[in-house]
Ligand binder design. Sequence first.
Ligand SMILES: NC(=O)c1ccc[n+]([C@@H]2O[C@H](COP(=O)([O-])OP(=O)(O)OC[C@H]3O[C@@H](n4cnc5c(N)ncnc54)[C@H](O)[C@@H]3O)[C@@H](O)[C@H]2O)c1
Length: 268
Amino acid sequence: MKVKNKVVVVTGGGNGIGRELVLALLSRGARVAAVDIHASALEETLALAGRNREGLATHTVDVTDRAAVDALPAAVISRFGAVDGVINNAGVIQPFVRLKDLDYAAIDRVMNVNLFGTLYMTKAFLPHLLARPEAHIANVSSMGGFLPVPGQTIYGAAKAAVKLLTEGLSSELLGTNVKVTIIFPGAIGTNIAVNSGVMDSLQMKPGDPSPKMLPPAKAARIILEGIERDRYRVLVGPDAMFMDAIYRLDPRRAARFIYKQMSGLLPK
Ligand SMILES: NC(=O)c1ccc[n+]([C@@H]2O[C@H](COP(=O)([O-])OP(=O)(O)OC[C@H]3O[C@@H](n4cnc5c(N)ncnc54)[C@H](O)[C@@H]3O)[C@@H](O)[C@H]2O)c1
């Protein structure tokens, strides 16, 4: 779906990839409803939008709050008259610990934000999207949604569920006006560990080498190009592309490779 003159909802629009998606959508002539749990983060996105802020509405909503999410379509439609696209991008990672050491509060949070947030948004907006001439849903999974990343087992399970939710939805919507894209970012240079409140769990010392990360603005550009071309799946960054290829050839080897690369992040 070409985004020019469309109305697109972006969750997690207050930081990182979501913020860059909002700014890039505005630059391409879309009107945008940015959703985030943090009002102050949305204020910053609004400030960064500059002259494009006319086309931007902000909604401080927790995507795990089903009643609040159910009320969103009416709020967006009352501001912009319609809604044509949803990008479910809001997400949190888990503390970098093994499953045996992960408590249920952390498990519930990661499943609720990543999986149920995406599900609530999808179900709330789908009837409105089906009523449009053309529409699009894009859900952000992760490279960790097809490949086990050490210390992110439940995050990976949530993102794998987002993958299948999205692929199933895509099949169900074949022949309709609603196109669906699943997105697998690799390592992107955002503050997700800080924003997810898991920095303390990272076994990294100052000066430790960190993996090469794609800037979030570049990730947003790749995602929007995928949406504009109605791609089925979008791999964001060379690491995601490489690991996708390796995983298809030999899943166990791919899992061991990434474990070796990243197991230093786990407590001994
Ligand atoms: N950064 C990476 O390396 C990476 C890699 C793969 C996938 N992803 C995925 O990309 C998406 C964006 O991640 P990011 O790196 O930009 O993270 P980020 O922390 O920079 O931004 C995420 C935004 O989501 C918001 N958010 C969190 N919980 C929310 C909730 N319950 N309701 C509404 N908003 C909420 C946060 O406030 C934040 O503004 C996430 O789904 C993440 O899992 C990121």
